[in-house]
Design a protein around this ligand. Sequence first.
Ligand code: GDP
Length: 319
Amino acid sequence: MIVVLTGGTGGAKFVDGLRQVVSDQQLTLVVNTGDDLEWWGLYVSPDLDSITYVLAGLLSKERGWGVKGDTFFCLQAMRDLAEPIWFNVGDRDLAVHLLRSKLLTAGKTLSEATQEITAKMGVQARILPMSNSRVETRVDTPAGELSFQEYFVQRWYQDPVNSVRFAGASDAEPAPGVIEAITSASAVILAPSNPITSIGPILAVPGIREALRLTKAQIVAVSPIVGDKAVTGPAGILMAAQGLPASIAGVAKAYEDFLDVLIIDNSDQAAAKKLARPGLRVYCTNSIMERPDDRTNLAKAVMSALSTKSDAYAATERQ
Ligand code: GDP
């Protein structure tokens, strides 16, 4: 079984490629819930939704979020009712938020609600929220402390960032199955997701980082940073705010206590040489997922790096 720790954008693209290489039944996804929000009175979990939609074959590839071909009648009606509409919700997407909220109100945990929704959508992979406790990513800016969605979606990540914290993390527990999945995995993959606001909240749940340190499985991360910035979004800015260089070195540093393999873009080959340390293997490939083939090829490169057992440092160009 392969465990993937993931957020919802780079992560979903990567999972789309991975399922061309590994069967869905072999995949367990541990998904960030630090971005979750209450919206129009509903519990919305954007990363769980994106990962569910990609595994159900429903994710909109043009937008990278939401359901393909969705309509936005409810959003328009809410605008006419003078309700906030900065967080985009399509009509079929809304149905999932309604069902999840109904299940949670009826007393189900987020894990149980996720299992029920994913089963109904025909998902064969196992999708686990990182925790059933509420862990909220909070971004401190000169304008005050913002939720991740306020920072990212409402304000277009224009605010300078002082720091990021995960409210509730110290009291949270990993969701059922998360620790067992990591300790019994044949491999653990950290998707090319934001190290601070997608992988960071997962690692902040007590017990998960320890499980990664202890597992016998090889752990590979795909860098979401190419050169000195994120492929998309604010990962580089947020890494700098948390004291990490916005580079592959920063990604390696964020995961240094458990990482075995780092997959980076071909364009970072020179920088890779500076990462040399015993126990870390670094592989270069095309890590920019523009076309469907890019996604599959990146997944193949990851699987191939995992099957290479050498402990020695290597910077190997793979296509
Ligand atoms: P979020 O939950 O929406 O923040 O999504 P993720 O954390 O899963 O994905 C955001 C990260 O994906 C960003 O840091 C991007 O740099 C990274 N990303 C997006 N597209 C690509 C790509 O094609 N290749 C790589 N390597 N990273 C990507």
